[in-house]
Design a protein around this ligand. Structure first.
Ligand SMILES: [Cu+2]
Length: 139
């Protein structure tokens, strides 16, 4: 009888351990709702444009900027062309440092409370050449 009790206790412990391990995975697995999108700086064909030029995302999503052809490039969000004309937000979304080498990456994560609407961004050296893009945030 003692032996059965000891085995039962050991089994209970094993089951509890499995439950703990499985539930910790559930807690630490990031939620599947936030997405990451890639935007190339300079098209594959060597045009002075973002590829893609426009993108629709949700608050909390991330843009990965990948320096591609005809550098240098940067990413500047226009402080006058976002839903609430928020200069501070435009600044935090921007990467003004010029990327010189193909393959360099930067990321911009839109805050979970980012206002919905259109956000215009440009590449400072090539703005005049039309290197302008738009992120549309939808709820
Ligand atoms: Cu550029």
């Amino acid at each position: 009888m003692k032996l059965i009790a000891a085995n039962w206790r050991r089994l209970t412990l094993a089951v509890l351990t499995v439950i703990l391990v499985v539930s910790s995975f559930a807690v630490f697995t990031p939620s599947a709702s936030a997405e990451t999108y890639q935007v190339k700086l300079g098209t594959d064909k060597g045009l002075l444009q973002f590829q893609p030029k426009s993108l629709t995302i949700k608050p909390g999503d991330t843009i990965e900027w990948v320096n591609n052809k005809v550098p240098p490039h940067n990413v500047v969000f226009d402080k006058a062309k976002n839903p609430t004309k928020d200069a501070g937000l435009a600044k935090t979304l921007s990467h003004t440092k010029l990327l010189l080498n193909p393959g360099q990456k930067q990321t911009t994560t839109f805050p979970a409370d980012a206002p919905v609407g259109d956000y215009t961004f440009y590449c400072a050296p090539h703005r005049g050449a039309g290197m302008v893009g738009k992120i549309t945030v939808q709820s």
